[in-house]
Ligand binder design. Structure first.
Ligand code: DAR
Length: 385
């Protein structure tokens, strides 16, 4: 990086100096671009890959004509978003945004991918709304109490992904930017620590960080399902650039009652979640919304929001709300064969996902307990989820 400035100070007007800087930078950039290595044209590679991987939404959403119309800089930017699905043809979605504005910057590509995955029109626009007022099917008293369904207290959890507008998304962050983002969040944690309903502590996984927790403490947090693991085992996230620089810039904020947790530096900058063993879903939903209002109210902290797509998340599967609301329920008869197949046969047509107890790609409980959550994230309101 160099410092460029017009040399003249005398017998030149201020307006001419600032204009000279702009015109000079234009010429310097043109010279720099001329020396830049040619961007590999990924068209032939994708043409060879796509036929064997029809379910890879990233590959099937690629339009060679659109790609050819892009500048070298945008070609490189789009390839960066597609890299995971190109390197891992078995991907389902296969693409991740790398900059907060990528969904809008590469709308011709992402609008196709979003339409395919979420089953919405390519010109779909997302609306966020947490208010339960008037939601179809809501019980008269507004309470979503599973005890009324004859169920006992269950593990309930609502989480949202959020990214800070001021930083690249995790797929394009340098190690330093990951640490800067973590340290930027310390101001928010200080505010939460001062609040009785959210008070707790921040545990950093970053070596040398003032809040650093050692390996033993970290393992305790993992065993308690509070901390997340090194993402390098996820080939999709590794290809996407999201898992890099572990454990730098990563950590977890946890409240005293362990019912409010913020993951820092996982697939999104922040995964903000409330959980408790109980029967009234409103409690975790409302506590999360109130916490979001606190974090969002921090001076200088602004979440990345797209005018058309709502909350910006790394993965298009989470775009819009970034919300997954789930509960763990024991289904011993539907899982009597040791699999979740029968549970999925009922849940999937209802728009529900069935996962293992550790979330995505994990086994169901030995006692038949499964994690159930609405699949939709995009073009659905938080209150509808
Ligand atoms: N495995 C990647 C991502 C799927 C969605 N899950 C996330 N974002 N955690 C794929 O494209 O198949």
């Amino acid at each position: 990086t160099v410092d460029i400035s017009p040399s003249a100070r005398f017998c030149i007007k201020e307006c001419e100096i600032i204009t000279a800087l702009y015109l000079g930078i234009e010429k310097l950039k043109a010279a720099e671009d001329a020396l830049a290595p040619p961007v590999e044209d990924i068209t032939p590679r994708l043409a060879a890959l796509s036929p064997d991987h029809p379910d890879n939404i990233c590959l099937s959403s690629f339009d060679p004509a659109y790609y050819a119309s892009l500048s070298n800089e945008d070609k490189a930017g789009l390839e960066r978003c597609m890299r995971s699905g190109i390197e891992n043809p078995d991907s389902s979605m296969g693409c991740y945004a790398c900059q907060p504005e990528d969904y809008d910057r590469f709308k011709p590509f992402f609008s196709k991918a979003l339409a395919k995955y979420h089953g919405v029109p390519e010109d779909a626009k997302h609306v966020n709304d947490w208010s339960l007022e008037g939601v179809e099917g809501l019980p008269a008293d507004g309470g979503l109490d599973i005890a009324k369904l004859g169920l006992p207290e269950l593990s309930m959890r609502v989480r949202v992904g959020r990214n800070l507008k001021a930083f690249p998304l995790p797929g394009a962050m340098t190690k330093q930017q990951r640490c800067d983002m973590e340290n930027f969040m310390l101001g928010a944690f200080a505010k939460l620590i001062a609040m009785p309903e959210y008070g707790g502590k921040y545990c950093s996984f970053t070596p040398g960080h003032p809040n650093y927790v050692d390996a033993a403490e970290y393992q305790k947090l993992v065993d308690a399902h509070i901390a997340f693991k090194d993402m390098s085992a996820d080939k999709y996230l590794l290809s996407a650039g999201i898992a890099q620089d572990w454990p730098h810039g990563r950590g977890v904020y946890v409240s005293e009652d362990r019912g409010f947790i913020i993951w820092v530096g996982e697939e999104d900058h922040l995964r903000i979640m409330c959980m408790e063993k109980g029967t009234v879903l409103n409690k975790v939903f409302d506590r999360l919304k109130a916490a979001l209002d606190v974090v969002n109210g921090i001076e200088g902290l602004e979440f990345a929001i797209s005018p058309d797509y709502g909350v910006v998340t790394s993965c298009p599967t989470n775009l819009g709300t970034g919300m997954r609301a789930s509960l763990h329920i024991q289904l011993p008869y539907l899982t009597a064969d040791g699999t979740d197949a029968k549970a999925k046969a009922i849940a999937t047509p209802l728009g529900l996902s069935v996962r293992g107890l550790g979330g995505e790609h994990t086994p169901i409980g030995a006692d038949g307990t499964v994690d159930i959550s609405p699949s939709a994230r995009f073009c659905i309101k938080e209150c509808e989820i």
